[in-house]
Design a protein around this ligand. Structure first.
Ligand code: NCD
Length: 297
């Protein structure tokens, strides 16, 4: 799925075996050992074309690219490019591909990465397209889960996805993979922020609130913020993590969040051993090094 010279746009169209192989390959590549990564790519350019704000995705891609020895064109304020003069998206992609060997693209429009991949002669890596997907985040999320639960199978885990399941693209990618594994899935969201019907499976359990029963059986509690910039107009108050939830939550569970966090994930939880979102962030750098190396080697 992540191959030399190929686009990485979506988690669609793959099997459980593909993801098992991917995880095995990431662990086998000894990715966390910096000495294993030769700096032999000095002549390659990667363009990070970001039409939307980003902290972690942009900087982890940048850090991974520099670490691997690539030259980097970091265009993360398209207001300073010809886009502000009215240049079309297609013309921008056509131009950037002339200078770069790969384009990492973030765009507010769902399907933008696919559009770019149709015209681009260089690989496009989707770094988030509207409410579509964020496949490199999906890889880092899966890696975080597999790494933590080394002795258990993903299919035996209970995963609870909480928050803005309607507009949150990280959930949209992750749930596709979780469905392949067939693990137990709880979806907790206010009515207005339910998972789009086309992503829902019959076995998924939908709730409006976090209950004690859910907290006790959950192995992975994956929280997300309300995506106000995409049209969500509700507050996260109804599902934010509260002290009474933390007391009931399975002691062996992990709490994940793609970040940025808002009120749904209070800072008092940060020192709890079950908080894994900062580790998840570190895993973003690790897995993006793997993805870039694979596509550009
Ligand atoms: C996410 C995104 O951009 O989709 N952030 C990220 O890449 N880590 C989640 C979000 O913005 O809520």
């Amino acid at each position: 799925m992540i191959e030399k010279g190929k686009h990485f746009i979506t988690c669609d169209g793959y099997t459980k075996d593909t993801f098992d192989l991917l995880m095995t390959d990431i662990f086998k590549s000894d990715i966390e050992n910096p000495k294993k990564f030769e700096i032999g790519n000095k002549r390659k350019f990667v363009a990070n074309l970001f039409y939307e704000s980003s902290t972690r995705t942009n900087s982890s891609f940048y850090a991974a690219e520099k670490f691997l020895g690539f030259e980097v064109l970091n265009i993360n304020g398209v207001v300073y490019s010809s886009v502000s003069k009215g240049e079309t998206f297609e013309d921008t992609i056509r131009s950037i591909q002339t200078y770069a060997d790969c384009i990492v693209l973030r765009h507010p429009e769902t399907g933008a990465a696919k559009r770019a991949s149709i015209i681009s002669e260089v690989p496009i890596i989707n770094a988030g397209d509207g409410i579509g997907e964020h496949p490199t985040q999906t890889v880092l999320d899966l890696y975080t889960i597999v790494k933590h639960f080394r002795k258990r199978k993903i299919e035996d885990l209970t995963i609870t996805l909480v928050g803005d399941l309607k507009y949150g693209r990280t959930v949209h990618g992750l749930i596709k993979i979780l469905h392949l594994y067939g693990c137990k899935i709880n979806l907790v969201s206010p009515h207005q922020l339910k998972l789009p019907i086309e992503l829902l499976r019959r076995d998924d359990n939908q709730f409006l609130n976090v209950t004690d029963e859910i907290l006790k059986e959950t192995d992975v509690l994956y929280l997300t913020r309300v995506q106000k910039e995409r049209g969500a107009i509700i507050s996260a108050g109804s599902y934010s993590l509260k002290e009474e939830h933390a007391k009931i939550l399975n002691p062996n569970a992990i709490v994940m969040h793609p970040l940025p966090r808002m009120e749904e994930l209070p800072t008092w939880f940060d020192n709890d051993p079950r908080a894994k979102y900062f580790e998840q962030m570190k895993n973003g750098l690790i897995t993006r090094k793997y993805i870039l190396k694979k596509i550009l080697s």
